[in-house]
Design a protein around this ligand. Structure first.
Ligand code: ADP
Length: 453
């Protein structure tokens, strides 16, 4: 525009000058003279008007450029717009000045919000990954990178396959990008050390779709618990089936006429009674297990338990069974000591160990109980027997629920396979530990370590 006005001014100035220069070539006459003078006058007037317009336009464009520079430097610009220049632009500049303040506020708030969000995402235990439509990383938090053993921070724009080589994960993200629907799935990822994850994937942006985000929640422990629970239910049903089938079978045999069979009827009833006892044992052990699993609110802090008193009471409980089997119970090196825990629970654990030591002993065998301080802050209780012992390959599994070395023998003694599992849960629940050592055919020794009170 400035160039055009400049050119026009030059043209207008040059017109009267050209007329003056060419004057002698014209035929002098009154009309011609007047026209020439008028042209000269018009030329000067136009030139003056254009010169004025040009200077005005320069001023306008300078102010407009200043506004343009100010607007393009937003929101970073910190200086204010000077309140001068043309009156018409002054109100615009004031409006822009006010707008710049508001924009700066909005940008500041957005920055704060985004850094807050990033901090939250970084602190989250769940892995969060956002990818664009070409499956390149937009955002990846530390938890996600750590799950897949990737170095942090994960660079933006990195292809997904470089970060995670997991077809399952890729498929979920691709599906979300294609359909725009949220997805929820649970899978095991080999590249994350075989851990189980619950994944929730959502599209990013509606129209246009800018990518997808996936949140991984590590459910390995929950999954393991579910599996344990499933196995437990299967084991319980299996364990119940045997005595129930036996009771039913013998009862039917008796009803079918064996009642009159004087030689066998008593034996059949005794078998029914022994299976009923076993059912009862299973039911009470299951009750204890379920109580331990449901983690009832026990008094806090735990009490001071006089260990020797508990041993006395537990010994009393198994005394009769030991006498029946001809097993001698003796206490050796027992010193007064106190542990931190729950008396009734500790007694239950010691009764279970003593019961096994009696059950799996030989006639005229011995059960030795020792207790005392192992060191300043540990109390030790050991129960050793002179029984059948436990094969070394079974030792690591005997604390599992329903595990029995010799199923037939255990059933014969009314065993449920839950006694040692209860011991372990009880002792660990009090912050202690239990271990077993054994020599096949020579005997076993179970040691409980508890926190000293
Ligand atoms: P059970 O009710 O069968 O005794 P436990 O959980 O108490 O169940 O014990 C699991 C298994 O460990 C037993 O079936 C038995 O095979 C073995 N066991 C436990 N204690 C002893 C012991 N003192 N001597 C030999 N074997 C034992």
């Amino acid at each position: 525009m400035a160039k055009f006005i400049g050119a026009w001014c030059l043209l207008m100035l040059s017109a009267p000058l050209a007329m003056l220069w060419l004057w002698p070539n014209f035929n002098p006459g009154a009309t011609t003279n007047a026209i020439v003078k008028l042209c000269v006058l018009l030329g000067f007037v136009c030139a003056a008007a254009l010169a004025f317009t040009y200077s005005l336009e320069r001023k306008w464009s300078r102010s407009a450029r200043r506004l343009e520079d100010f607007a393009s430097a937003l929101p970073a610009i910190q200086t204010d717009l000077p309140d001068d220049g043309l009156a018409e632009l002054r109100s615009l500049s004031r409006a822009m000045q006010a707008m710049s303040g508001r924009i700066r506020q909005v940008v500041e708030r957005a920055g704060l919000e985004s850094s807050r969000r990033e901090t939250i995402l970084a602190c989250m235990a769940e892995g969060v990954l956002a990818v664009d439509t070409s499956l390149k990383v937009i955002f990846c938090n530390d938890a996600f990178a750590r799950a897949f053993d990737s170095r942090t921070p994960v660079m933006q724009g990195r292809p997904l396959y470089e970060l995670v080589r997991e077809p399952l994960l890729r498929e979920v993200l691709e599906r979300v990008l294609q359909t725009g629907n949220a997805e929820k799935d649970r899978f095991q990822l080999p590249s994350a050390a075989g851990r189980w994850f619950e994944a929730r994937a959502l599209p990013l942006g509606e129209n246009p779709r800018r990518g997808a985000v996936i949140v991984l929640h590590d459910v390995t422990d929950i999954h393991r618990q579910e599996e344990v629970r499933k196995d437990f239910v299967a084991d319980v049903s299996h364990e119940l089936r045997t005595p129930l089938a036996a009771i039913r079978g013998y009862a039917e045999t008796l009803l079918d006429g064996a009642l009159e069979d004087q030689a066998n009827n008593r034996k059949f009833v005794e078998i029914i009674a022994s299976h009923a006892i076993r059912l009862n044992n299973i039911a009470s052990d299951l009750l204890v297990i379920s109580e331990l699993d449901s983690n009832p609110s026990l008094p806090w802090p735990p009490e001071r338990v006089p260990v020797l008193e508990v041993i006395d009471s537990a010994t009393h409980t198994v005394q009769e069974a030991a006498a029946t089997r001809g097993v001698h119970l003796k206490r050796v090196n027992c010193t007064e000591c106190s542990a931190t825990g729950y008396r009734f629970r500790l007694e239950q654990a010691i009764v279970n160990l003593l019961d096994n030591a009696v059950k799996f002993n030989r006639p005229d065998g011995e059960v030795t109980i020792e207790c005392g301080y192992a060191n300043e802050d540990r109390v030790q209780v050991s129960i050793s027997d002179t029984g059948i012992g436990i094969p070394s390959e079974d030792l690591k599994r005997i604390f599992d629920r329903f595990y029995r070395v010799d199923r037939a023998r255990s059933r014969g003694t009314g065993g449920t396979g839950l006694g040692l599992a209860i011991v372990k849960e009880v002792v660990e629940g009090m912050g202690g530990s239990v271990s077993a050592e054994s020599q096949l055919g020579r005997g076993s020794k179970f040691t409980i370590l508890l926190q000293a009170a």
